[in-house]
Design a protein around this ligand. Structure first.
Ligand code: AHG
Length: 305
């Protein structure tokens, strides 16, 4: 089954189908640019002051060019852009928040990277919640080109068939179990902060209870692994230097949370479920604990101590 057929079978309305197919068509272009060896610094910085790579700029341009002209797109916000941009559609259109190439600094060492997209019905992001998303996608550029998608009825994985030039189903009904001894601990720097002693204690628990470490440094492949392997936990806490951590709500955490919840897992910030957080500004950050329900509860039990 192709992605187009899947969307139709899911009963996704025609305009959203069109938007999602436009998004999916960008993924092989990014993969090809990486295969072709596009690398190096672009000499510019994004809104967060982070140096941009040529690949960041290239990937962002693909999204911006395709979506800001799309008749059913009302607004876009990109991790690589200072401000959101309007599309031609009004309130009846869709708003898309995306990180065009998450973990791009891993490309030159040939590790997997990804794209993250959250789609909201209507115009704008501020005042919305992750639970308002109509769809979420994470694409993984590794040995294979795959993506996980939800339109609110479970999660399905697609793989790109380079011969057919289309995405076909690779894993139906992706499920995350209640527990699995696999951990992906982001921001271990927080362990040197006396305020975050709970993270050291949690680490000690994982290390002395036969948990398997699976951490690549890219949130997309790390969370994708939890979805594919049916469980585990990914953490990225804040610390004194960055109380809300590094990861952004609309570009990274909300789409991941939507996918995880649709697969049967959970995603929490320090205060509550990620999907219940109201977007106050487009560059908002949040700590995140995401994965199997019981593994996230365990993290929270340490966090609350
Ligand atoms: P970026 O958006 O700058 O490419 O960062 C990637 C993210 C995320 O994928 C990963 O989990 C996290 O950064 C790792 O960051 P640190 O190595 O700085 O902790």
């Amino acid at each position: 089954m192709t992605f187009g057929e899947y969307l139709q079978r899911q009963g996704v309305e025609a305009n959203l189908r069109d938007v999602l197919k436009t998004v999916a068509a960008i993924f092989p272009k990014i993969a090809e640019a990486m295969r072709g060896g596009l690398e190096g610094a672009a000499g510019s910085k994004n809104v967060f002051g982070e140096g941009q790579l040529k690949l960041d700029v290239f990937s962002n341009d693909l999204f911006t060019e395709a979506l800001t002209r799309h008749p059913y797109v009302a607004m876009v916000a990109s991790e690589e852009l200072d401000e959101s941009m309007n599309g031609p559609a009004g309130d009846e259109g869709y708003s898309l928040a995306y990180d065009p190439l998450d973990g791009s600094s891993l490309v030159d060492v040939n590790l997997a990277v990804g794209t993250i997209v959250g789609v909201y019905k209507g115009k704008g992001f501020v005042g919305r919640k992750g639970s308002d998303q109509a769809a979420a996608i994470i694409a993984v550029y590794g040995p294979r080109l795959t993506f996980m998608v939800t339109v609110g009825h479970g999660v399905t994985e697609f793989i790109y068939d380079w011969g057919k030039k289309d995405f076909v189903v690779n894993h139906e009904d992706v499920k995350v179990g209640e527990s699995k001894k696999m951990f992906a601990p982001g921001n271990l720097r927080a362990c040197s902060d006396p305020q975050v002693k709970w993270y050291v204690d949690l680490m000690h628990f994982w290390l002395t209870n036969e948990y398997t470490l699976r951490y690549s440094g890219g949130m997309v492949p790390d969370v994708n692994q939890i979805l594919k392997k049916g469980g585990g936990v990914f953490t990225y806490p804040g610390y004194s230097e960055m109380p809300d951590g590094k990861l952004r709500l609309i570009y990274e955490c909300a789409p991941m949370a939507f996918l995880m919840e649709q697969a049967g897992g959970v995603a929490f910030s320090a205060g509550g479920p990620i999907l219940d957080m109201t977007v106050e500004k487009i560059d908002q950050r949040t700590p995140i604990f995401i994965g199997s329900k019981k593994e996230v509860e365990l993290v929270q039990s340490y966090f609350k101590k």
